[in-house]
Design a protein around this ligand. Structure first.
Ligand code: BGC
Ligand code: BGC
Length: 599
């Protein structure tokens, strides 16, 4: 890898002044070039020639924004075409390419897929999270991606929300500690973090999504969108204490960019929230990097596009993830500046921030990645780091009859549940594409593969449906959620499916002891399964390295994971605040997690 780049901190009282070179560049730029820098289309909507012609500031890959033959080499060539175009623009201002590398460089086939953040929260291990940030950055740099729309600093309050797994947990202090560690890891290795979604995304309430132009879009697309994009209705001291606090920790680490949230606070959408974007983030907290909007996020401000553009930029956003019709965005900003609806000083402030971040990242230099690095994507050292994360993230909720770890006397194991051998379910959403998908999606090790390799001396019989004719000492059933992302995962019933329960019942009848493993992006309602299972493991969405689970199941390593959320007993225990007010106790509290000795 290239040498570690150390950034000075752009944020806070000790931030240095804008570099001289940025001021000189700004002085040479036309209005059109400045507006170009503030524009971010998605790669499928823009030919590289337009990047050069309009001096576009950034291009992104949305979830699944992959080359048609998806591999690290083609990813690298795809991004390079846009980067070359930036260098060919009149002033040669480099493009910053962005992607959602939210659990590794997860769009790229062959990349290491780490556990989603909820699992990292269960590890309670900031050093591990920092190392994962650095490893993710190295895989990104190999494909010329220097900007990660991560980490998500949400503090999810109601896990009917489909983005619960993107946050480290339900406790602000935990999110602050691990979010800061991740920023340190990423930026220490030369990639800009983008802390998101500013601010309060994890506090949105059920059925409060009142978007102007998107409601029908999502209905047409069969989306649920019940919490995601919704409204947070708490007073300012609570809002700051619960949701803003992690940003202070990440800004202290020098986080270079911030993404505005689709959500609103007491009825006012964040994309137009001048108080929170400008007064609080930039002025009070001294944020010196730039704010990017979320995907079509400004469209929700008004049915009128011109109003959307003017309001959001005046509220303080610096770069707009358009992501499709960048020409109409450029036209609207140009008109607004000409008419005096957006001041030139606001444009200059936005561009100064964008150029400063590019300068700090070293993007004005060429040849930042080296061809050899492409082969490091998904390399053995990163996979072994992911395996360490998987074993540290597994939370042992229940363990009676000393069911786990698997004992030496166990000769036959009945392994059941489709999830036991399904890489896509093991990885969840944001894997190769936006929503993720079932099946043999990415290279890695499923739990079935890992157990078969580790326990070669035992007979492991596998049936997805749990139909066995023999009796055995141990049964292991793996169940869980189907992959989803964002509002598509907003659901009001988190009960384990009837089909999963049937698999558990079938295997129960054939074994002496039964261990249940759950793959999920959040706590599920498991009351019916509880009495049937002697041991239960919450494995979250562990990613490509199932061997980490075999490490703890086999007893090679002890279980050490701790719950990053209260594990509720029934749906009427949500939202959490209402449960606490009513004095209802969860099935397992935050911090719960049994340990096992190594054999
Ligand atoms: C893109 C995602 C994006 C989403 C916006 C999808 O089509 O692939 O990257 O987050 O739209 O809601
Ligand atoms: C998501 C963001 C993501 C963006 C780009 C949006 O839909 O809310 O988290 O960074 O798409 O894919």
């Amino acid at each position: 890898m290239s040498e570690v780049r150390k950034f000075r901190n752009v944020n806070g009282a000790n931030a240095e002044k804008t570099p001289q070179s940025v001021e000189m560049l700004l002085a040479q730029m036309t209005l059109a070039e400045k507006i170009g820098q503030m524009t971010q289309p998605e790669k499928n909507s823009v030919p590289p020639e337009d990047v050069a012609q309009y001096a576009l500031g950034s291009v992104l890959s949305g979830g699944g924004g992959n080359p048609s033959l998806n591999n690290p080499q083609n990813w690298s060539e795809m991004t390079q075409a846009f980067i070359d175009a930036g260098h060919e623009s009149r002033l040669g201002i480099p493009v910053i390419y962005g992607a959602d590398c939210v659990h590794g460089h997860n769009n790229v086939y062959g990349a290491t897929v780490f556990p989603h953040n909820i699992g990292l929260g269960a590890t309670r291990d900031a050093d591990l999270v920092e190392r994962i940030g650095a490893a993710t950055a190295r895989e990104m740099i190999a494909t010329n991606v220097f900007w990660n729309f991560s980490p998500c600093l949400a503090v999810p309050q109601d896990y009917r929300w489909g983005r619960t797994f993107e946050g480290f947990g339900g406790d602000t202090a935990l999110v602050s500690e691990l979010g800061a560690a991740y920023v340190r890891g990423l930026q220490g290795a030369g990639v800009a973090a983008c802390i998101k979604h500013y601010v309060g995304d994890g506090g949105a309430e059920w059925d409060t999504h009142r978007s102007v132009s998107w409601a029908t879009f999502w209905e047409d697309n069969g989306g649920a969108w019940k919490i995601d994009h919704g409204d947070v209705n708490v007073d300012e001291p609570t809002f700051r204490a619960v949701h803003l606090a992690p940003y202070l920790a990440a800004l202290a680490e020098g986080a270079l960019t911030v993404m505005a949230s689709f959500s609103s606070w007491r009825g006012l959408k964040m994309h137009g929230h001048r108080y929170l974007l400008t007064d609080v983030l930039k002025n009070e907290l001294g944020f010196g990097g730039f704010i990017v909007t979320d995907w079509m996020g400004i469209n929700q401000l008004s049915p009128d596009w011109y109003t959307c553009v003017v309001q959001s930029i005046n509220a303080g956003v610096d770069m707009v993830m358009v992501p499709f019709d960048y020409k109409s965005f450029i036209a609207a900003v140009t008109e607004a500046v000409t008419r005096g609806d957006i001041r030139m000083s606001r444009i200059d402030d936005a561009v100064r921030r964008i150029l400063t971040v590019k300068q700090m990242l070293g993007l004005f230099e060429t040849d930042l990645g080296t061809p050899e690095m492409v082969s490091s994507v998904g390399g053995a050292d990163h996979r072994s780091l992911a395996r360490e994360a998987v074993r540290k993230s597994a939370v042992l909720l229940k363990n009676e009859l000393a069911t786990l770890p698997i004992t030496a006397e166990t000769e036959t194991i009945l392994l059941a549940g489709a999830a036991a051998d399904d890489m896509g379910m093991q990885c969840g959403g944001w894997t190769l594409n936006w929503q993720g998908e079932k099946g043999a999606t990415v290279p890695g090790t499923t739990l079935r593969m890992a157990l078969t390799a580790r326990l070669a001396d035992k007979m492991i019989l596998y049936d997805a449906t749990g139909t066995f004719s023999v009796q055995a000492r141990l049964g292991i059933v793996v169940v869980g959620e189907q992959p989803y992302a964002e509002g598509c995962g907003d659901v009001d019933d988190l009960t384990l499916s009837a089909a999963d329960l049937e698999v558990i019942q079938r295997v129960r009848a054939q074994c002496d002891k039964l261990a249940l493993i759950i793959y999920s992006g959040r706590p599920l309602i498991i009351n019916d399964a509880l009495p049937l299972c002697d041991a239960i493991v919450a494995a979250w969405l562990p990613g490509s390295e199932g061997a980490g689970l075999a490490d703890v199941l086999s007893g090679d390593h002890p279980f050490t994971g701790k719950l990053p959320h209260d594990w509720i007993a029934s749906m009427d225990q949500l939202p959490q605040a209402a449960r606490k007010d009513a004095g209802l106790v969860p099935l397992f509290p935050y911090g719960h997690g049994l340990t096992t000795g190594a054999l």
